[in-house]
Design a protein around this ligand. Structure first.
Ligand code: NDP
Length: 486
């Protein structure tokens, strides 16, 4: 069989062969099959991408916001029309279930492009009346922005970064995670077909070395990263060399607090969604589930019964609810946490790799629940990024707030209670960038998304992101004579 052509970076409106001489494989984690080879971009490609983006920026920033919005709206329509094709790419690259990829990944990316397309025409500065003068501000794009993605929501992350960047008149160079290189390349075609000029959206393929070249490049004005906390620290340090703007969407170990008066079935559903969706590979997951002692046993019984009914299987099967983890290395890491967890807490569900039939070729792990967890154990403190839930008991409101906050992370939090005053009182004290009351992991494009503490800096989505992709220029206009004392 003829091998599929190698995937190349997309620079200045066309695929560009790499001069680095290095390639890596894109592998389906559900089967171990090689999907395609990918050419690793080196310094020459990164320089070319920055030059192309600078040229693209000159053209694109000269368009009116309304023109940019019209083009981006076309891109959103094209993206929606290719939902199934791109969803299947995501499923084969990530191992996630097709039912999720069809319902969320591509469509939430399209929602984001539409949202910022709608805002593009309304970007504006402010006017100030002064004595004998006036002043105004211009809201201007930053220039060349770099987006660096994680592997769990590849196309959604590419849209969450590129849509606001482009709406504001910037150009973007996007580096997808090495494990999920393909959907960003399709997004680049879609932007081009919609009328985005060559050079405005570029995709550079490669690993952390390519990312580092981009982050250190003096021609880049801003870096927006989605990744681990450790990567965030390294990227910030590298970006500091030329004082770039940064947005950091990083990891978490978020609390989900279930009070005694909660609707138990809804709380169970949210705990499952907030731990096992995308095999638990979701940054905001509520992996520390604090349950009031008076309902703890009833909650656990229902939770375990429903979790045992989840269907693990071929990610392309529409019935599958739990797919494959991203890679054999990551699966071993998750299984390591589970093995050590068995010595520290009580395993009540799952806990093993699934190797029935064809699943033996892939990275499948059962949804796993540990009860009787204490705050100090590894699986309560560290981000596992797999289908592993830790259930903890609590007895009082102040106690649970203190325990929920006792982590360097601060991405998300959830509260289940029918007592509205308590719900608002508690979320006001939780140290998290995004909180849900009586639900979990809902991220509509209208609301700002991002982390507190070491879970991040800046926000994606919502109006506020316009501020992260623009800068203000203040202009003073004299209406009289220059008051000169000389
Ligand atoms: P990583 O931090 O390993 O990688 C993220 C991206 O950064 C990848 O593209 C990676 O390249 C690149 N990278 C790694 N090192 C550097 C560097 N020194 N300079 C520049 N780029 C670099 O994260 P994962 O991909 O493993 O994703 C999982 C993590 O992402 C979890 O911690 C999760 O919580 C977090 N995440 C956060 C989200 C949020 O919005 N807060 C959303 C989704 C995930 P390479 O291709 O080599 O991996």
């Amino acid at each position: 069989m003829t091998p599929a052509p190698a995937l190349q970076s997309y620079i200045g409106g066309r695929p560009v062969p790499s001069t680095s001489g290095e390639t890596f494989d894109d592998i389906d984690p559900a089967t171990g099959a090689v999907i395609c080879r990918v050419e690793q971009a080196g310094a020459a490609e990164v320089d070319a991408a920055v030059a192309a983006a600078q040229a693209g920026f000159a053209l694109w920033s000269a368009r009116t916001g309304a023109e940019r919005g019209r083009i981006l709206n076309r891109a959103a329509l094209l993206l929606r029309a290719r939902n199934r094709e791109i969803a299947e790419i995501e499923v084969r690259d990530t191992g996630k279930p097709i039912q999720e990829a069809l319902a969320v990944d591509v469509l939430s990316g399209a929602d984001c492009i539409e949202y910022y397309a709608g805002l593009a025409a309304s970007l504006h500065g402010e006017h100030y009346q002064l004595k004998g003068a006036f002043a105004y501000t211009r809201r201007e794009p930053l220039g060349v922005c770099v987006g660096i993605g994680a592997w769990n929501y590849p196309v959604q992350i590419a849209c969450w970064k590129s849509a606001p960047a482009l709406a504001c008149g910037n150009a973007m160079i996007f580096k997808p995670a090495e494990l999920t290189p393909r959907s960003a390349a399709v997004l680049a075609q879609i932007y081009a077909e919609a009328g985005v000029p060559a050079g405005v959206f570029n995709v550079v393929q490669g690993d952390a070395r390519t990312g580092q070249l981009l982050v250190r490049h003096p021609g880049v004005a801003k870096v927006s990263l989605t990744g681990e906390v450790g990567t965030g620290k390294r990227v910030m340090a590298d970006a500091a060399g030329t004082l770039k703007h940064v947005t950091m969407e990083l990891g978490g170990k978020s609390p989900l607090v279930i009070f005694a008066d909660a609707d138990l079935d809804n709380a169970v559903a949210a705990a499952m969604m907030g731990n096992f969706y995308t095999q638990g590979e979701v940054c905001t997951n509520g992996t520390r589930v604090f349950v009031h002692e008076s309902i703890h046993d009833a909650f656990l019984e229902r939770l375990v019964a429903r979790t045992r009914g989840m269907k693990i299987g071929d990610p392309l099967d529409p019935e599958t609810q739990v797919g494959a983890l991203i890679s054999p290395e990551h699966m071993q890491r998750v299984l390591g946490y589970i093995e050590r967890g068995k010595r520290a807490a009580r395993l009540v569900c799952g806990g093993t790799r699934v190797t029935d039939g064809d699943l033996a070729r892939g990275c499948f792990v059962e949804p796993t629940i540990f009860a009787d967890c204490t705050d100090d154990i590894e699986l309560v403190r560290e981000e596992i990024f797999g289908p592993v839930m830790a259930v903890l008991k609590f007895s009082g409101e102040d106690e649970v707030i203190r325990r929920a906050n006792a982590t360097p992370f601060g991405l998300a939090a959830g509260v289940f209670t029918r007592d509205l005053a308590r719900a608002h009182r508690v979320v006001a004290q939780l140290q998290a960038g995004i909180c849900w009351i009586n639900n979990y992991n809902i991220t509509p494009v209208e609301i700002p998304f991002g982390g507190a503490k070491q879970s991040g800096l800046g926000r994606e989505n919502g109006l506020v992101t316009i501020e992260h992709y623009t800068q203000l220029k203040s202009v003073y206009v004299e209406m009289g004579d220059v008051a000169c004392p000389y």
